[in-house]
Design a binder for this molecule. Structure first.
Ligand SMILES: Cc1cc2nc3c(=O)[nH]c(=O)nc-3n(C[C@H](O)[C@H](O)[C@H](O)COP(=O)(O)OP(=O)(O)OC[C@H]3O[C@@H](n4cnc5c(N)ncnc54)[C@H](O)[C@@H]3O)c2cc1C
Length: 511
């Protein structure tokens, strides 16, 4: 049979959201779907499927590895890992699973995303196929257990057993993870949504183009018709979409592909010599993230070896009583997380642990833009870390270090610790702490918002509440780029829920 290049839906990106949508649409055997995925399959890849091996994937062959522009008040050396493999970032992340808090969704509705409030979004959590469970008892490391107890007593926050059971403002406890505790296997978007069908071969209507790059969107006037691709062996083809093109390439590559296809801020595209197809000033704007920094301790000896993925517990606090939801979060790492301190001359202790304070509602608003019409040139990511007026972000990290030090003074955690390695006990002045922790700042790897959803009259919105690109026909976006604002919690479950909602907007199973 001759190869067909026409499908009902063409999806760019078999990542977190893309896997959900591809799986849902092909529940209907009459609907054909092509998925264009830049990376290889993750089936039989132990390095990918074993959750605890996640750190080994960062910076490797399955990482697009984006850098940032110079960050005058932050760290200019952050490598923004983005996964190049089926399942996208859900295949190399830590799979910490938080249903976004009601205040997170309600904030979206207030930002013009009609129909995306907490009550409307709640059912999509129930639809998720991922195996979301609390860190199993056998994976609850003793030092993490003692840290939970110390944080509870030192800061007066409740211990949370089941972060997804009910909304919270404060609390400390072991995370829920999307994993299979019996073998530490990921329950990523690809594992949960695509593998069952790839393995059973029961979805002949699902066509995966792996190790294939979407180079450009094909538009006929203001209507999307398909996607130009380059396959692994260099062949160039056009995949046409009878119904719609769905762009799910993530917060970096979705705006990049749009702009390379002539959809974006007119002035910027013209300056690079890219023919403008559709002037959309919001593409690449509103680059948001969860910035974090770190405090590292050397421990008196080795840490017990059991763990799900070496960062199994976390802490939320609310400093400002008027804030909706938590306003400071910490991951607890059962490893000395010294990548950035080492660059500043600090030594990595043989045995150690870390707390990473992060900013749930960072006030920095950055921007992603192209610097060249050459599709091979990576886009520029200017997060504008710590450039917010009033220095809310910087102060949040300083507060985080001080709270972490209180936890370190409390038993039963204190007995494990030999000394503070970074920033170091001699650094006590707010300004000094701020300077150091901003230089050693990192990302929780949550870039989002670069094609944000908004009301139809909102000039800087890129998609409307039905995820349609404003002013175009036959094309939607569904991934982290549509987030109008950042959830206070880790965003992956929110992205999966965007995928579920997109599939439902398209008619559930594409019928
Ligand atoms: C190291 C790390 C740890 C994280 N830990 C957590 C966590 O524990 N919990 C949490 O909630 N969140 C976590 N996150 C964030 C979370 O994983 C992401 O926000 C989410 O997975 C993004 O989903 P997405 O669908 O927007 O994009 P992705 O999952 O990145 O999917 C995009 C897909 O598109 C493909 N693609 C891109 N461009 C093209 C193109 N032109 N042609 C073909 N294919 C293309 C990519 O290969 C990729 O597969 C982490 C992220 C990282 C990087």
């Amino acid at each position: 049979m001759a190869e067909t290049n026409e499908y009902d839906y063409v999806i760019v990106g078999g990542g977190t959201a893309g896997s959900v949508i591809a799986s849902r649409l092909t529940e209907n055997p009459d609907v054909t779907v092509a998925v264009i995925e830049g990376g290889p399959s993750d089936i039989d890849r132990d390095d990918v499927l074993t959750l605890r091996r996640w750190l080994g994937l960062l910076g490797g062959e399955l990482d697009y590895g984006y850098t940032t522009t110079e960050q005058p008040r932050g760290n200019s050396h952050i490598l923004h890992s983005r996964a190049k493999v089926l399942g996208g970032c859900s295949s190399h992340n830590t799979l910490i699973s938080f249903k976004p808090l009601p205040s997170d969704w309600d904030e979206w509705e207030e930002a013009g995303a009609t129909g995306w409030n907490a009550e409307a979004m709640d059912p999509y959590y129930g639809k998720l196929r991922n195996n979301v469970v609390r860190v199993a008892k056998k994976d609850q490391n003793q030092i993490a257990t003692d840290w939970v107890e110390a944080a509870r007593t030192a800061l007066g926050v409740p211990e949370v057993v089941g972060f997804n059971d009910k909304p919270f403002d404060e609390g400390v406890g072991f995370f829920d993870l999307a994993y299979h505790p019996e073998n530490n296997k990921r329950s990523s978007a690809s594992v949960a949504y695509l593998h069952p069908h790839m393995e059973a071969g029961d979805r002949p209507n699902l066509h995966l183009f792996l190790e294939t790059w979407a180079t450009k969107l094909e538009l006929d006037g203001k209507t999307a018709r398909g996607v130009h691709i380059r396959t692994k062996d260099g062949a160039e083809k056009l995949l046409t979409a009878r119904r719609e093109v769905l762009v799910c390439a993530g917060a970096v590559d979705t705006p990049r592909l749009l702009m390379l296809s002539g959809i974006g801020p007119k002035k910027d595209l013209e300056a690079l010599g890219i023919p403008v197809v559709h002037d959309l000033p919001g593409v690449g704007e509103n680059l948001i993230d969860h910035p974090e920094s770190v405090i590292v301790w050397e421990t008196n000896g080795p840490i017990p070896g059991n763990s799900a993925m070496d960062s199994d517990a976390g802490l939320f606090v609310k400093r400002d009583p008027d804030h909706k939801g938590p306003d400071l979060m910490f991951h607890f790492y059962q490893i000395p997380f010294t990548d950035n301190p080492e660059r500043l001359g600090y030594e990595r202790p043989e045995h150690g642990v870390s707390m990473t304070p992060n900013i749930p509602k960072s006030r920095a608003r950055g921007r992603l833009y192209l610097t060249s019409a050459d599709p091979e040139v990576k886009p520029a990511l200017d997060f504008k870390y710590f450039e917010d007026e009033g220095d809310y972000d910087g102060q949040t990290l300083v507060d985080g270090i001080k709270l972490a030090r209180k936890v370190a003074q409390a038993e039963p955690f204190k007995k494990w610790l030999k000394r503070e390695v970074f920033p170091g006990p001699e650094v006590t002045d707010d300004a000094e702490i701020s300077e150091l922790v901003r230089k050693a700042a990192h990302t929780v790897y949550h870039p989002a918002g670069t094609c944000r959803m908004g009301a139809s009259g909102d000039e800087l919105a890129v998609v409307d509440p039905e995820l349609k690109i404003r002013g175009l026909e036959g094309i939607r976006i569904a991934d982290a780029s549509v987030f109008p604002t950042m959830p206070a919690v880790n965003p992956m479950i929110g992205v999966l829920m965007v995928g579920e909602k997109c599939a439902e907007i398209l008619g559930g199973d594409g019928r």
